[in-house]
Design a protein around this ligand. Structure first.
Ligand code: FBP
Length: 568
């Protein structure tokens, strides 16, 4: 403490630099053998089927010729003949570990040549379009090492989706004399990376993508098990759900409805379920396969509530992936149709007009008048609770995606379950009490401090990106293979971006984008979940993972899903 001086004591108590952050800054991420000596060299890697679709070959004629690469140690430690200037952009939602990608890229670049420079674009892809940038310094890197968020540079969701924006990016890269550009992002951002690689080739700027997203849906079988950020966000959500398990088991009076971020796929919900053993866990992909309606989903939850009430247990925890609506067929059809109607209206609207300037009644009217809207659609729409109707009309994001994060799905389901239980009570089937709390975990977990796994992983990705650039690669995603093994067995690779792309409906049109990976219902992890959750429903098998650990044995944890799927 600062002696007897009260003012100095106050400053010390309220200082923004906590002991916790200082301890984190002191940690040096571990590098895998291929990168420990500095940037590695690349060589072809066989054994994986990565043929791009014809449409990818047509739209990306140059980068679609890329073949899978592995990065191995550089025995000769070759230096580049001239210093490199490399840009980096953080794109999409924040994910814990982003700062370590920058640190890895910076350290690899400086090790290769002291005059190498890293240029950080500000506020996401818009920074490239407008040329807003800053030079990344050693101080910035040290200050942000092993910390959460993307605040060193900021982020954004701008799409480089027309020739004008592409030419602005080309001008920026040329003006800054960038020989390389690293795009840290999810499926949409890596789609940007593929098109940038194709278009900046002649200008001499190579482009490498980095797999980031807490959603966990950027995966390539056998090569990329999980993107960085997923583990940390899941652990942050699991801490909260574990605490609620503890509360509901103590107070015995609430059902906690928890919606978990993660956009469409249910990877996060599944991982948090393994971490916490809730009473009910919904998996979107399973709901889709079983063709459940929203009323079936309500029944699924209510049946557990009724059964537990018979056992005198009027409490529990429920996990709801935020993207569940996409997997309920009758809801998804409406999402797709409404997205198309909104996109068409906005495209044809006069300057200053937009679908979302209309009143709710006008929006419904407009939808009703559309050629693609059937009477059946109206009947389904009008049968939904008003919260769901309003949710379906919410604005789409800049890529045309439905914004699941904005819909209170947990409240919608909670209210529908309550209505159903009232009917069951009237019939004498349900005699329990149904007191509820609803929660949404999303932005909090996205901004958490990274786990040690994500710190090491993201730092290796930064090194891998530099290695790919130094070897002349462009149109690749840097990845680390065999993440379930210790760091000294990790294998960095370069995955051709074009081979990951397929056609998807965006803003009412088919577009070539990186394909998201949903939960595989045949995977080992899902089969285990299917078995275990029956026990979790009625018995109280709650698991309390506690906060993210950075020292001690708990610090070495990895995603349970990843570990289960890699069991022999
Ligand atoms: P990325 O795909 O860019 O990583 O973003 C993931 C995510 O956090 C989703 O889980 C969530 O649905 C969405 O972003 C929220 O977006 P926004 O930040 O625009 O509210």
């Amino acid at each position: 403490m600062a002696g007897d001086n009260p003012q100095a004591q106050i400053e010390e108590l309220l200082g923004t630099d906590t002991v916790f952050r200082a301890e984190r800054r002191a940690y040096r991420p571990h590098l895998c053998p291929a990168l420990a000596g500095g940037a590695g060299v690349t060589r072809p890697l066989g054994g994986f089927d990565l043929e791009p679709f014809k449409i990818a070959c047509e739209q990306l004629p140059f980068v679609s010729r890329n073949k899978l690469l592995e990065i191995v140690p550089d025995g000769k430690q070759t230096r580049p003949d001239r210093p490199r200037r490399i840009g980096i952009v953080l794109s999409g939602g924040p994910a814990p570990g982003g700062h370590n990608v920058i640190a890895g890229l910076f350290d690899a670049a400086k090790r290769a040549h002291p005059d190498n420079k890293i240029i950080g674009f500000l506020a996401g892809p818009k920074g490239i379009i407008t040329g807003k940038h800053t030079e990344v310094t050693r101080e910035m890197v040290e200050d942000h090492l092993n910390s959460g968020g993307f605040h060193m540079l900021g982020t954004g969701r701008d799409k480089i989706d027309n020739t004008e924006k592409m030419s602005q990016c080309r001008q920026t890269c040329a003006a800054l004399e960038l020989s390389g550009l690293v795009v840290v992002g999810g499926d949409d951002s890596n789609t940007n990376a593929a098109f940038l690689a194709e278009n900046l080739r002649e200008a001499g700027t190579q482009v490498i993508g980095i797999p980031k997203t807490i959603d966990g849906d950027l995966q390539v079988p056998g090569l990329l098990q999980v993107p960085f950020g997923f583990h940390s966000a899941c652990m942050a959500f699991a801490t909260e759900v574990g605490n609620l398990n503890s509360d509901c088991k103590s107070d015995l009076k609430y059902w906690h409805f928890n919606r978990l971020m993660g956009r469409s796929a249910s990877h996060i919900a599944m991982e948090v379920a393994f971490q916490t053993h809730p009473n009910v866990i919904l998996i979107g992909e399973e709901i889709e396969e079983k063709e459940l309606t929203i009323h079936n989903v309500v029944r699924l939850i209510a049946d557990v509530v009724v059964e537990r009430a018979r056992m005198g247990k009027n409490y529990g925890t429920i996990l709801i992936p935020e993207g569940i609506l996409e997997f309920i067929h009758e809801v998804n059809v409406l999402i797709i149709k409404i997205s198309y109607i909104i996109a068409t209206y906005n495209r044809e609207a006069e300057e200053g007009e937009s679908f979302h300037n209309l009143s709710f009644e006008e929006q419904v009217q407009l939808i009703d008048n559309s050629d693609i809207w059937r009477d059946y659609d109206s009947r389904v729409f009008l049968g939904f609770p008003s919260l769901l109707q309003k949710g379906l009309l919410l604005p789409r994001d800049s890529h045309g995606n439905f914004q699941y994060a904005l819909v209170n799905t947990e409240r919608i389901l909670l209210e529908m379950v309550a209505t159903y239980l009232r009917k069951q009570r009237a019939k004498g089937i349900y005699k329990g009490t149904f007191r509820t709390q609803n929660h949404y975990y999303g932005y909090d977990g996205r901004g958490t401090f990274p786990t040690k796994f994500d710190c090491d992983y993201a730092y290796n990705l930064g090194f891998a990106a530099y290695s790919l650039l130094a070897n002349g690669a462009t149109g690749y995603m840097a990845a680390i293979k065999d993440l379930h093994l210790p760091v000294d067995k990790w294998q960095p690779v370069g995955i051709p971006l074009a081979a990951l792309m397929h056609l998807e409906e965006r803003k009412g049109r088919l577009e070539l984008v990186i394909q998201k990976q949903k939960v595989d219902l045949e995977s080992r992890a899902f089969k285990i979940l299917e078995r275990e959750r029956q026990k979790w429903a009625l018995e109280d098998c709650y698991r309390f993972p506690g906060p993210i650990q950075f020292s001690g044995p708990g610090a070495e944890s990895k995603p349970i899903t990843l570990m289960l799927n890699s069991l022999g």
